[in-house]
Structure formats: C-alpha cells, structure tokens
Design a protein around this ligand. Structure first.
Ligand SMILES: NC(=O)c1ccc[n+]([C@@H]2O[C@H](COP(=O)([O-])OP(=O)(O)OC[C@H]3O[C@@H](n4cnc5c(N)ncnc54)[C@H](OP(=O)(O)O)[C@@H]3O)[C@@H](O)[C@H]2O)c1
Length: 288
C-alpha cells in the first residue's frame, strides 16, 4: 500500500489524481475530517484522520505501508519532529521506500523552511530507510493566488522585487515524477532537484501571461509590511514570519537555479514550460 501524508494539499491531491489515473490504490492521511471527501474524490482508496505531530497517529497511518510519500504541511513549525515521527513509523513498519517531498536549494540556511527540510533529509539518510528526495523549485501554480488581479486588473503583484529571477516547475510534472518514483523500482537513494529550466522574473512572467491572454499584464512589487496583515488572514504568526523571511530573501537573491535535465530524465520528455502552463490554466479557466 502507498501512503500519502499531508494528502489534502495541492501537492497531495495532484499525486492522488495521478495514482488514481494509473489504477494504483493509495491511503491518504489528513488532519481534519472535512478533508476526507477532498482526498477521496482525488483518488484515495483509504483515509486516515490523524495528527502528524503524534507519533502514534503516524504509526497508525503507516500500518502495513510499503511505500510512503511524506509531504509535510507547508511552513510547519514542526517539520523536524514530524519528520522524526515519519522515520520512526517507517522503520517500525519496515517500509520499502520513503519518498520525501523536500525543496530545491536546501543548502541555503537563510531560507529556514529549506534548512528544516535539509535536516529531515539527513535524518532519513541516517535512518537507513530506503529513500528518494524530491526537491522541487517554486510551483508555477503559485501564480493562481493572483489570478483575479491578473485577469481583472492586469497586475501581477507579489511582496518582492519584480526583477527577482525565479526557477519554476509545473505541479503536474512533479506529480508525474512522484507517481513514477512511488511505483517503479530503481529511484531509491537519490535526491532529485526538480525544475523546468524556466528561470523568469515576474516581469517576464507577466509579459508571458499578457501574450497568452491577449491583453497587457504588468508586474508589481509591494512591501513585506503591507503583505503581513494579508498573510495573517490564513497563516499562523510563525508562518507569517517564515514567509516574510522567504520574501526578503527572494527580494535580494531570487530563487534561480536547478538543472532541468534531471526533470526531463525523470519524465522521459521535455518539462512543461511556463508559457505552456499559462495557456493550459487560461483555457481551463475560460480566460482564452
Ligand atoms: N508551493 C511551492 O511553490 C512549493 C515548492 C516546493 C515545495 N513545496 C512544499 O510542498 C509541501 C506541500 O505543500 P502544499 O501546499 O501542497 O501542502 P499544504 O496545503 O500545506 O497541505 C497541507 C496538508 O497537510 C495536512 N495537515 C496539516 N497539518 C497536519 C497535521 N498536523 N497532521 C496531519 N496532516 C496535516 C492537511 O490536511 P487537513 O487539510 O486535513 O488539515 C493537508 O492535507 C510543503 O512542504 C512545501 O514546503 C511547495
């Protein structure tokens, strides 16, 4: 049995849809009962409701598991203890393969959530549980948070420089790779940085979106202090500070890099480009 942890988020549901399309059953772990319908409609054949912060709940979720896809909730203040719970349960259940959804540039200490994932990678290596690390860069889908502003006002806003160069990946390419790694032998022992090869500034992204939509779209930056109350509507104070630190880092350094040959090798095809992604979502949303 494949078990997906953190399954009700965008990453988990994309992986569940992919496995369902392949006819592969998967158990999903979520924390809230309300998430059960969401993961079942994405394709989960079993659902465990529990808290990743509880070693007993994680053990219950992994009962009888052969392969596990660990997707820690985003910007968690418990990334490392949750990782330790997953490792302990994987060892106890003699899991064959632990796939950890990590991040690109885990070497950068200033990006605190990247650093935490690097710590978990190290603990997994030391645990001797067979592993694969998926290390994706920024999801192209993050643009959808601003979709209404982009299509309505022709402005793509974010609280960091519009000239910062960002490495990007389509979440659908990540789920294709995750499903492959979870169902094919031969991927264990690897850490795979995942990026499309498109390293774009938001100015360039806005220009591409404008070309696809057939109307002008411009990029705009606003201050992190202006963002804080917006972020606080849906995030804990801990998460607001983590995200603010990340935006300050993006403002100065961007998030460029990664080598797209890795993703092409894993997919067996060319990765989805930013333009292809924008055209797909614009069609899906009836914008073109
Ligand atoms: N967005 C990006 O550009 C990007 C790029 C690279 C990597 N990543 C990484 O991708 C990962 C997943 O992000 P995402 O946006 O897909 O996920 P997400 O929205 O944070 O997903 C949260 C999931 O975890 C569950 N969950 C939350 N707290 C839990 C708890 N205490 N116990 C058990 N389950 C719990 C939620 O279930 P309930 O809803 O039931 O609570 C939901 O299924 C993150 O680690 C992030 O750092 C993101």
């Amino acid at each position: 049995m494949i078990v997906i942890l953190g399954a009700a988020g965008q990453t988990g549901t994309a992986a569940l849809r992919r496995l369902k399309a392949m006819g592969v059953p998967a158990r999903a772990m979520v924390s809230r009962a309300e998430s059960e319908d969401k993961v079942r409609s994405a394709g989960a054949s079993e659902v465990v409701i529990g808290n990743l912060r509880s070693a007993a709940d994680v053990r219950r979720a992994l009962a009888g598991a052969s392969r596990v896809y660990h997707i820690c909730p985003v910007m968690s203040d418990a990334e490392i203890p949750i990782g330790q719970n997953v490792i302990a349960a994987a060892r106890a259940e003699r899991v064959d393969h632990l796939v950890f959804h990590s991040l690109i540039h885990a070497q950068v200490d200033a990006l605190l959530h990247h650093r935490d994932k690097r710590v978990v990678e190290g603990l997994i290596i030391e645990s001797l549980v067979p592993y694969t690390f998926l290390q994706p860069t920024m999801y192209m889908q993050n643009m959808l948070w601003e979709w209404d502003n982009i299509t309505g006002r022709g402005v793509y806003r974010a609280p960091y420089s519009a000239a910062a160069r960002m490495s990007l990946i389509d979440l659908e390419d990540i789920s294709a790779v995750a499903a492959k790694v979870l169902t094919e032998p031969g991927w264990d022992g690897g850490g795979f940085e995942l990026c499309s090869g498109d390293n774009l500034t938001r100015e360039e992204m806005a220009a591409t979106i404008g070309q696809v939509l057939g109307k002008p779209v411009r990029a705009e930056a606003y201050s992190i202090d202006e963002w804080r109350p917006i972020g606080a509507k849906t995030r804990t104070p801990f998460q607001v500070e983590r995200v603010a630190t990340m935006y300050a880092h993006y403002d100065k350094h961007g998030l460029a890099g990664g080598n797209a040959r890795v993703l092409a090798m894993m997919l067996g095809r060319t990765p989805t480009t930013y333009r292809e992604f924008v055209a797909r979502v614009a069609r899906e949303r009836g914008a073109i």
